[in-house]
Write a protein that binds this ligand. Structure first.
Ligand SMILES: [Zn+2]
Length: 490
C-alpha cells in the first residue's frame, strides 16, 4: 500500500516535470496557403475541394487566397460543395483577375502614391466584393498575383480592413522574418522558412527532413513561423493556366481563353499523395501549431500602439537615430523610423509644457507620398522654429495619417531625414534654446526595399522588359514604416 502510494507520487511528479518541460519548448507556427486562382480549368475546382477536405479531416485549417473571378465561376458552376469546403478553412484574397492585363504592378507603374491607392481600391475592390458576397466573410489576408506587387496595395488593405499581407516575393524584406510595412503585418520571404515538397517519394523525404531542420532552428530562436504554399491547380495541370493565356503581356479576349493540358491521372494521384504525406509529417510533429492567416495577426501584436512610449524610450530613439535612421528596438517593442520621428516630435513639442508629458502616445502615419526636390542643406535654426515645426508635423500627421514630404522650419524647406536627425541630436544634447545646427541624415531603412531590377519582374505574365523604377521609389518612401514584427511570448 505504502509502496504504491510512493509510486503514485513519483509518477505524478514525473508527469508534472514533463508538462513543464513541454511548456518550455517554444511553438513553431506553420501556415499553409493555397493561391486559388485558375478560373478557366474546372478540374482545378475539384483539386481545391480535395485539398480543403484534407485539412478538415485532420482537424486543422489552411488559408485559401481566392481570386474574385474564381469565386464568381464557382457560383456559376454551381459548386456549393467546393465553396463549403473552402469556407470550412480560411478565406483570403488574391486580386480580381490575377493575370488578366493590366495586373497591379502594370497599372501602378507610373502612378503617384495617392493615385495608386485609389486605383488599387477601384480595381481590386471589385473581386473582394464578389469574394465577400460568395463566402459571407471578409478576406483574412491578401497576396499579389505572381510578382505583381505594389506599395499602394498596403494602404488599400487598410481600406479593405485586411490586416495581413501574406505571399512570397522579394520587393520588400526585413531580415527574412515577418515585418511591418505601411502598418500592415507582412509575411513574404522567410529565408529557408518558406518551403514545400515536390511529388516523388524521395522529394517528400527530403522535404520532411528540411522541415525538421528549420523547425529546430526556429525552436532555437524561441519560436517562429514557417510558410508553405501551393496552387490547387498545380496538382492536376501540366502548365499554369495563365502562362497558357497571358504570357508576356498577351491579353486574348475571354472567347479565346484556352484550357491548360492536364496531368495523367496517376501523376495527379502521386501529387495529392505526396502532399498528404508531407502534411501528416507536419501535423504530427511535436511543438508545431498550424495557423491560418486569420490567426496570424494575434501572434504579432504591435505594442507601440497598445502601450505609450516613455521619456527613456525617446532618449533611446534619439541616440539610435544619430547612428542610423531606421527602426529602433525598445523594451518589448520596436518603433519604425516614422514612429521614432513622431515620438521625437511629440517630445519636442511638449518640452515647455508643465508638467512635461511622461507618456507619449503615437498615431500611425504612412511614409511621405513624394520626395522633395528643393531643400536646405546647412545652417542653424532657432529652437523655437524647430519646436514649431515639430508641432506642425504632428498636426499634418493628425490630419492626413501621412508624414509630410518636407518640413518647413522658419520658412526654409527641410528634408524629413535631416529634421529627424536634428531632433535626435538636440534631444541627446538637451539643447532646448538658442541656435540649433542642421544635422544631415539618410534613411537607412530604404535598404529593406529592393532597387528596381529585372530580378523583381521575372513573372512570365509581365510584358517583356517590364520594369517599375518610379513605383519602387514610391515603395522606398514607405520604408519609414518598416520594422520587424515581434512574435508574442509563448
Ligand atoms: Zn497567384
Amino acid at each position: 500500500m505504502k509502496m504504491s502510494y510512493l509510486l503514485a507520487i513519483i509518477a505524478c511528479l514525473c508527469f508534472t516535470t514533463c508538462l513543464l518541460a513541454a511548456n518550455e519548448r517554444p511553438t513553431v507556427y506553420v501556415t499553409f496557403w493555397f493561391d486559388t486562382e485558375d478560373f478557366i480549368l474546372p478540374q482545378a475546382d475539384d483539386a481545391a475541394k480535395r485539398l480543403a477536405e484534407m485539412f478538415i479531416k485532420r482537424n486543422v485549417k489552411a488559408t485559401f487566397k481566392i481570386v474574385g473571378e474564381k469565386a464568381k465561376v464557382l457560383e456559376e458552376r454551381g459548386r456549393d460543395d467546393v465553396i463549403m469546403a473552402l469556407a470550412n478553412n480560411d478565406v483570403a484574397y488574391h486580386s480580381t483577375f490575377h493575370s488578366v492585363h493590366p495586373t497591379p504592378s502594370e497599372y501602378s507603374r507610373d502612378l503617384s502614391w495617392h493615385e495608386g491607392v485609389s486605383e488599387f481600391i477601384r480595381r481590386e475592390g471589385v473581386g473582394l466584393e464578389i469574394l465577400r458576397a460568395v463566402f459571407g466573410v471578409n478576406a483574412s489576408c491578401y497576396g499579389q498575383p505572381g510578382g505583381s506587387w505594389t506599395p499602394q496595395s498596403y494602404a488599400a488593405l487598410h481600406a479593405f480592413d485586411i490586416p495581413l499581407y501574406l505571399d512570397d516575393t522579394s520587393h520588400v524584406n526585413v531580415n527574412d522574418r515577418p515585418f511591418w510595412y505601411c502598418g500592415i503585418l507582412t509575411i513574404l520571404e522567410l529565408g529557408d522558412g518558406v518551403m514545400r515538397t515536390r511529388w516523388t517519394d524521395e522529394e517528400v523525404k527530403q522535404a520532411c527532413a528540411k522541415f525538421d531542420r528549420v523547425h529546430e532552428k526556429l525552436i532555437g530562436e524561441g519560436g517562429g513561423i514557417i510558410s508553405i504554399y501551393y496552387h490547387p491547380c498545380e496538382f492536376v495541370h501540366r502548365q499554369f493556366w495563365d502562362g497558357v493565356n497571358f504570357s508576356h503581356g498577351a491579353n486574348p479576349p475571354r472567347s479565346e481563353w484556352k484550357m491548360t493540358p492536364m496531368k495523367p491521372k496517376e501523376q495527379q494521384e502521386q501529387a495529392f499523395h505526396a502532399f498528404e504525406t508531407y502534411l501528416d509529417h507536419i501535423v504530427n510533429h511535436p511543438d508545431v501549431r498550424l495557423v491560418t492567416a486569420r490567426e496570424i495577426p494575434s501572434l504579432y501584436p504591435d505594442r507601440v500602439y497598445s502601450r505609450p512610449l516613455t521619456q527613456s524610450d525617446v532618449r533611446t530613439i534619439a541616440k539610435a537615430f544619430q547612428k542610423r535612421l531606421s527602426y529602433v528596438v525598445l523594451d518589448g517593442k520596436i518603433v519604425s523610423a516614422a514612429e521614432g520621428l513622431l515620438a521625437l516630435s511629440t517630445f519636442v513639442a511638449g518640452i515647455d509644457t508643465n508638467p512635461k508629458p511622461k507618456e507619449i502616445k503615437l498615431e500611425f502615419a504612412y511614409g511621405p507620398a513624394s520626395a522633395p526636390q528643393r531643400f536646405v542643406t546647412d545652417g542653424t535654426f532657432r529652437w523655437e522654429a524647430i519646436q514649431q515645426a515639430a508641432r506642425e508635423t504632428l498636426d499634418i500627421v493628425h490630419a492626413t495619417k501621412q508624414l509630410p514630404s518636407l518640413i518647413w522650419v522658419a520658412g526654409e524647406p527641410m528634408r524629413l531625414e535631416d529634421f529627424a536627425v536634428t531632433l535626435a541630436s538636440l534631444i541627446t544634447e538637451e539643447r532646448y534654446s538658442g541656435d540649433i545646427p542642421l544635422r544631415k541624415g539618410e534613411l537607412e531603412a530604404k535598404k529593406y526595399v529592393a532597387d528596381d531590377s529585372p530580378r523583381l519582374w521575372g513573372w512570365v505574365i509581365f510584358p517583356k522588359g517590364f520594369n517599375a523604377p518610379r513605383m519602387m521609389e514610391v515603395a522606398k518612401l514607405q520604408s519609414w514604416t518598416m520594422k520587424p514584427a515581434l512574435l508574442r511570448k509563448q
